[in-house]
Design a protein around this ligand. Structure first.
Ligand SMILES: CC(C)(COP(=O)(O)OP(=O)(O)OC[C@H]1O[C@@H](n2cnc3c(N)ncnc32)[C@H](O)[C@@H]1OP(=O)(O)O)[C@@H](O)C(=O)NCCC(=O)NCCS
Length: 182
């Protein structure tokens, strides 16, 4: 299947149902690290759960909606990026991401998100791309900032996790802002 080089030893590829075993093994390495910060449906415990996640994305992609892409570093699936939502008709999308701990700190997610934003704005004519994260997710908001997004607001206590409620930041970048940066 096709893949896009992010750098010498890192590739971005569609993450599909046939990757379920690899995705499940990756989740075993990533689960504890990502659980507080991503949607609960994404963090499953077994192969059936991993397959169900990939099927859900495949079905939504078939309807020109959400999509998910894996990042392989030196041949190992280490994380990925996704369109959590994608709606060409309304011209808006939301991007998300995750990495296992060993893959942090290399700029892989920022590079991968740039690829998604470029496709959304340039190929698909989307006007607005959003990024939602817990307000205390410093590494995630740093990615949004690196991508040139603007912090538009905080949805107070909108994120429930671990018996507590956390504030949620909404970041966004518009097509003309993206073009100006490019
Ligand atoms: C959010 C998350 C994906 C960010 O990972 P990350 O590695 O910090 O982000 P990137 O891959 O873009 O890498 C940026 C880091 O690499 C460094 N870097 C190295 N080479 C780089 C390059 N060529 N380009 C950009 N950054 C580079 C940057 O300095 C930065 O490190 P620093 O924050 O220590 O300064 C990760 O922390 C994660 O998976 N967290 C748990 C799940 C999660 O929060 N998901 C998001 C939900 S909203």
């Amino acid at each position: 299947m096709f893949s896009l080089p992010l750098r010498d030893d890192a590739l971005l590829r569609p993450l599909e149902i046939w990757h379920a075993e690899e995705f499940g093994a990756h989740l075993d390495r990533a689960r504890e690290h990502i659980q507080p910060w991503v949607g609960p449906a994404f963090v499953t415990d077994d192969l059936a759960g991993a397959r169900a996640t990939l099927r859900r994305y495949a079905e939504r992609q078939a309807a020109d909606g959400a999509r998910v892409y894996g990042i392989w570093l030196a041949g190992t699936l280490v994380g990925g990026v996704m369109f959590v939502d994608f709606d060409a008709a309304s011209g808006s999308c939301e991007i998300g991401c995750w990495l296992e701990p060993a893959a942090e700190g290399h700029g892989l997610v920022t590079d991968a998100c740039r690829t998604l934003l470029d496709w959304a704005f340039t190929t698909r004519g989307v006007h607005r791309a959003e990024w939602h994260c817990r307000a205390d997710n410093v590494r995630s908001s740093a990615v949004a900032e690196r991508l040139g997004m603007t912090l538009e607001g905080v949805r107070r206590e909108a994120w429930a996790y671990g018996g507590a409620r956390h504030d949620k930041q909404v970041w966004a970048i518009l097509a003309p802002e993206w073009r100006a940066r490019s």
